[in-house]
Write a protein of this length. Structure first.
Length: 271
């Protein structure tokens, strides 16, 4: 049965909240309690973050991040690093040839050529399928891909409204619901029926071996989050900045087991 993914208001607030926390902690940026103009659309997110103790109010004047908020961001970015290094590799898979686009990563000298290669018709995006196989949340994965592709920009007018109520959330759900799903990977041949789960296992095993090979060759797969603004050197920082932390290659060996789910994904980043 094909999944039908939906988003609750609480889930949207959680995703929007972690995005806003990253902005407040790493830019850094604080919002006045009396929000002005477009920032008024952020009020339900900031109030939700305050109820959860991820932000507090300083001197009855402005919202600032708390240490609990910083810990939540650390958990999220640990998962984000794994998304970039592990699951993004399944964005382009040739099912007929059993090939992954990232196998050819070092054959390209510039990013435009690499991106053109990724858009060839033979590639299928199987990120949703492999995440479903591992019983992880596809919506979170697509949310991370939107961050990586800078689909949540802070340099566009009205980004505050879009963060919680914009059509971007409909786009995320459309991707999740129209993607190739794990159950659809199955096929039949002269030897019988091969289940979608068996195909996903094979793809995940190939992907893990390829990932380790790429990391051993120093492939730069992790990318920093773009804040959408130039840094403000004079801005006051209330908690220490959180950065993407590279992981040792041997920490990825466990992914050779297709059923493996990292401890980073077992617990929610917002608690």
């Amino acid at each position: 049965m094909t999944p039908n993914y939906t988003l609750t208001d609480a889930q949207r607030k959680a995703f929007a909240g972690i995005y806003l926390l990253e902005y407040m902690i790493n830019k850094p940026h604080s919002f006045p309690v009396v929000l002005d103009r477009d920032d008024e659309d952020l009020e339900p997110i900031l109030e939700w973050l305050m109820i959860k103790d991820y932000v507090s109010i300083l001197d009855a004047e402005r919202y600032i991040p708390t240490n609990k908020g910083r810990e939540a961001l650390m958990r999220f970015l640990a998962r984000y690093v794994e998304y970039l290094n592990v699951f993004d590799a399944f964005c382009a898979v040739d099912l007929e040839a059993g090939d992954l686009a990232f196998r050819h990563y070092f054959e390209f000298d510039d990013m435009p050529s690499w991106r053109k290669f990724l858009h060839e018709e033979r590639w299928d995006d199987l990120r949703i399928a492999v995440v479903e196989y591992k019983n992880m949340d596809p919506i979170e994965l697509v949310f991370m891909s939107f961050i990586n592709e800078k689909r949540f920009g802070r340099d566009q007018h009205g980004w505050q409204f879009d963060l919680l109520l914009g059509s971007v959330w409909d786009q995320i759900l459309t991707i999740c619901n129209t993607a190739i799903h794990c159950g659809e990977l199955g096929y039949g041949d002269e030897d019988g029926v091969v289940s979608g789960e068996a195909v996903a296992e094979d793809i995940l095993t190939q992907g893990a071996d390829l990932l380790i090979e790429l990391l051993e060759q120093n492939a730069d797969l992790s990318k920093a989050i773009d804040h959408g603004h130039n840094g403000a050197a004079h801005a006051e920082r209330f908690v220490e900045q959180v950065s993407l932390t590279p992981r040792a290659i041997d920490e990825y060996y466990a992914y050779r087991d297709p059923t493996y789910v990292s401890p980073n994904w077992r617990d929610p980043w917002l608690i």
